[in-house]
Design a protein around this ligand. Sequence first.
Ligand code: SF4
Length: 238
Amino acid sequence: MKASADALRVGGFVPFSSIDWPGRLAAVLFVQGCPWRCAYCHNPHLQSREASAAAGPSWPELRAWLQRRHGLIDGIVFSGGEPTLDPAIVAAAAEVKSAGFAVGLHTAGMVPSRLQALLPHLDWVGLDVKAPLDDDALHDRITSRAGSVEPVRTSLALLQRSGIDFECRTTAHPELLDAESLSAVADSLAATGTQRWALQIARPAGPHGLALVQEAYPGSDVLAHARSRMAVFTLRRE
Ligand code: SF4
């Protein structure tokens, strides 16, 4: 049975953002729940999937809010947590789309079947690629979960076949991804035909006390290599 949008577990909400969807003004809705445990996670309060942890506005409240936002924002980005974990997201995305707004998605690609169901309602996707796609051990070390990269490979293939606008993005910290690993991420993406990659330098926070990242990281060789492998490469220091 299809889940009702009203059941969506909303952990947080930002009414206006110019940075979560490149080139668009969007509201960002944070969906509660994520089974991975990345050391640089900035939203550990969103990891629990418990309904009682979902502290955001309800979907009916957001639906009413959205009706008053025509002409003020371009769309909604579903973020998290991991939004594809929530069965209600498909109906919620469909509602946003039929209300006349564009729909964006931030995902780590961990539930390809739900991504597939979402695709008809999406205009843009930011797909987290946490490690070289062919380095299962490193991906598992970063997520602290076994078998974590296989669904990411499947999700990337789905996005490529769909023709949807998407960006792959990697959060980078020298304690998790050295220069060689970063270049390997670029190579593994290029091998799939991916054209667009953003490297996002990790902020000094998260539950595991990662150190402040120095300006010298990731280094000019990594950046030159990335630019040689991608049609569009972006470095973000937040
Ligand atoms: S996948 Fe995202 S939300 Fe989940 S633990 Fe990692 S950084 Fe946090």
